[in-house]
Every structure is written in structure tokens, then in C-alpha cells.
Design a binder for this molecule. Structure first.
Ligand SMILES: C[S@@+](CC[C@H](N)C(=O)[O-])C[C@H]1O[C@@H](n2cnc3c(N)ncnc32)[C@H](O)[C@@H]1O
Length: 372
């Protein structure tokens, strides 16, 4: 049957209706007319694949990556970069509107270099070859090059041992690399700050866009004249150290021990004397904190913040919250939990993950009542 695609879902699947039942169509773009074949039937929806494109979008391009058809990596690789940005913007605005967030400023999306931007890759092994998993499966596709990854990482993929999964991370100020769990660290920089990174520590994957993200946070902290700052889920201390010269004190909390050790090293290396770190679960430590903090930065993992953490944030009631998130679903869930006490002032997007359906969101929230 032939259908027109009038909407796209969060994973960029086309949405259409057949006999009043929702049908998700893979591999299509807005406005395209396609002949489809239903491949999965569920109670409330069906999933279809394209048999033939009858009318294609003018934004459609031939993906540059040879693995595009099988690999789940660059799932927006068949769109022009400009149209992928437009889709990310419309998708988040539409999700916010559906959740009744309407009185905020939308501050646009900051673009990145679309290819070769990742400073880190994780390759899987089937004991004989290294590669990525096929879209929606655990079947390995052998790869020796990825168009999203720093070219220096691509150069060494062919030389790696193929018997185990391996993570590779490269510095942005030297050719130093971390390969697997070797007992080594590398130094990277964001702006004028230098950060040590251990294999198990988190570091943002796109250094170019991270600088723009941190500069934006810096400007907010400056404008708010913040004094006592909480940096939840602080990793190796990156954001707190970036903004420390503006404020009286920063307290960072991070679960991973290696990351917390890096954070303390980074504090010394950047002479950030007014920062301290706690190593452990945010939900454990936040209960013990005084309510002296006037600004809070929170940058949780994809699962977002748990209910207990949100409850404690409301108790501490910082005047300003900067919520950094790479998962729009948990972000909106947490905004809903905060909404009685915090007004959503603005959202700005940063294209941390070009050619994929992910985007980094920065939401600025202000306390609704009581002068602090
Ligand atoms: C998205 S990263 C942000 C790191 C840092 N803000 C940055 O920009 O590099 C989230 C961090 O939260 C840490 N984390 C995850 N769960 C946690 C928890 N329950 N308590 C404290 N930290 C946690 C992870 O180890 C990771 O370093």
C-alpha cells in the first residue's frame, strides 16, 4: 500500500495511519510518499518497511558511510545536515508542547562539524572481528572505519587485537590515546582548562561542541552572579572547574571512583582551590546537603535523576538550575517532576552527536517562589 509520511517519531521513524491504526515506517523522511510492507503487527500499532520510494524528500542524500544500511550508528545519515538539525529542533519543541511546556524561550541549536567529531569509540568483538552491532541486533558488522570518529582513531582500528571489545579515546591536544582498560590516562582540554581522563571516566565525546556548551553555562553562571554552586553528576569535574573563577565555592558529586580521582587531580592542575568533590551516589549525598546553594548544575546519565534526588533538590531549592541532558524522554519526565516549584525559562540545543537522533539539551530553570 502507498502512504504519505506526515510526522516523524523520536527515533525518526515515519508515522502514518492505516485504517485508523498507527503505523511506524523505517527509513523515511517528512513528506515522502512510499509503498510499504507491514513487517510487525502489534495490538496498537504496526511497523512497516519501504518497498519503493514514490516521491522522495529534497533533503534526502545518499549516505556517505558504506555501512549505513546495516549499522545503527549514524541513523540520520540519509538527511542533509541542515534538515537533521531542523528535525531535532522540531522534535524537542513538539515533545515539550505535548507536555504543556509553552512559556519558555527557545534559543536554537548550535551546530557541529558533522563528521569525524567523536573522540571515543567502542568496538565489539565476536572473537574473530571487531565492529558495530547491526541495527536493532547483536549481530556484528565488521568495520575498519567510522565516519563519526576522529581520523586518528580510524588509523589504528586495523591494528587492534580482535578478541575482545575495545574502547579507544584520543586527546584533542596531543596524539595520546587510551586503548581498552590499560593503566594510563590522557590529558584533553576544553578552552583554557586541562583535564585528565582515565579509561573508566566519562568525558563528553565531541570536544568542539563541548567548548560551546561549557561557554554557554559559563555565561549563565556569570549572569546569575552565582555564589555557591552544586555540580551534580560531575564526572572528572569538568563543568565546575570551567566556571570556578566566577563563584565562591563549587561542590561536585560523582559515582565512579576513577572519575572522582581524576576530578581531584584536575582541581589541582587547574588551581581550582574553591572546588571540592564527593565520591558516591548523588541520591545518598544530596540528603545531607545544606540549603545554601543558589545555583545547581545537573548533568545526569541517560536515565535522568531519580525521584528522591528531585525531592532533595526541591528541599535545597537553588534559585537557578541548569539541567544538561542527552535524553529528551528522561529530561521531560524530570521537568514535569520539578514543574510545581521551577519555571522553565529557556532551552538551548547543542548538536553533540551529529548524524544520530541524539541531541544535548540545556534547560534553564528558576525557582518559582521565595527570594533566596
Ligand atoms: C553525562 S555524564 C556528565 C559528566 C560531566 N558533567 C561532564 O560534562 O563531563 C554523567 C556522570 O554521572 C555519573 N553518575 C551516574 N550515576 C550517578 C549517580 N547515581 N550518582 C553520581 N554520579 C553518577 C557518571 O559516572 C558520569 O560521570
Amino acid at each position: 500500500m502507498i502512504v504519505k509520511i506526515n510526522a516523524l517519531d523520536d527515533n525518526r521513524r515515519g508515522i502514518t495511519r492505516i485504517n485508523n491504526k498507527v503505523c511506524f515506517v523505517k527509513g523515511v523522511q517528512m513528506g515522502e510518499i512510499v509503498e510499504i510492507n507491514i513487517v510487525e503487527e502489534h495490538k496498537n500499532y504496526d511497523i512497516a518497511e519501504v518497498v519503493e520510494y514514490k516521491k522522495t524528500s529534497k533533503e534526502r542524500i545518499t549516505p556517505k558511510c558504506p555501512y549505513y544500511k546495516e549499522c545503527g550508528g549514524c541513523d540520520l545519515g540519509d538527511m542533509t545536515y541542515e534538515s537533521s538539525l531542523k528535525w531535532k529542533e522540531e522534535n524537542i519543541k513538539e515533545k515539550l508542547a505535548r507536555n504543556h511546556f509553552t512559556s519558555f524561550k527557545y534559543l536554537g541549536i548550535t551546530a557541529s562539524s558533522p563528521y569525524y567529531y567523536r573522540n571515543k569509540i567502542t568496538l565489539h568483538s565476536n572473537k574473530k572481528e571487531l565492529g558495530f552491532y547491526k541495527r536493532e541486533s547483536h549481530e556484528l558488522i565488521k568495520i575498519d572505519h567510522c565516519m563519526l570518529v576522529d581520523k586518528r582513531i580510524n588509523k589504528i582500528i586495523k591494528t587492534l587485537k580482535k578478541t575482545d571489545d575495545v574502547m579507544i579515546r584520543v586527546s584533542n591536544i596531543s596524539d595520546d590515546m587510551l586503548i581498552g582498560n590499560e593503566k594510563k590516562t590522557i590529558i584533553s582540554s576544553i578552552g583554557s582548562k586541562k583535564y585528565r581522563i582515565s579509561p573508566k571516566s566519562f568525558f563528553q565525546v565531541n570536544s568542539e561542541i563541548t567548548k560551546k556548551l561549557y561557554d554557554y553555562i559559563y555565561e549563565i553562571v556569570k549572569e546569575k552572579k552565582a555564589q555557591n554552586v552544586l555540580d551534580l553528576y560531575c564526572g572528572i569535574g569538568t563543568i565546575g572547574i570551567y566556571i570556578n573563577d566566577l563563584v565562591n565555592e563549587v561542590l561536585g558529586i560523582e559515582l565512579v571512583k576513577e572519575a572522582s580521582i581524576d576530578a581531584n587531580y584536575n582541581k589541582k592542575r587547574n588551581q581550582a582551590e574553591n572546588i571540592s568533590f564527593l565520591c558516591g551516589d548523588v541520591s545518598k549525598y544530596i540528603k545531607k546537603l545544606e540549603n545554601k546553594y543558589d545555583l545547581m548544575i545537573t548533568d545526569p546519565p541517560r536515565s535522568g535523576m531519580n525521584k528522591k534526588v528531585v525531592k532533595e533538590i526541591i528541599r535545597i531549592s537553588p534559585k537557578t538550575i541548569i539541567y544538561v541532558s542527552c535524553n529528551k524522554i528522561t529530561l521531560i519526565r524530570d521537568l514535569k517532576r520539578l514543574e510545581e516549584y521551577y519555571h522553565m525559562d529557556s532551552i538551548k540545543l547543542f548538536d553533540m552527536f551529529p548524524n544520530t537522533s541524539h541531541v544535548e539539551c540545556v534547560v534553564l530553570l528558576s525557582l518559582k517562589t521565595s527570594e533566596k
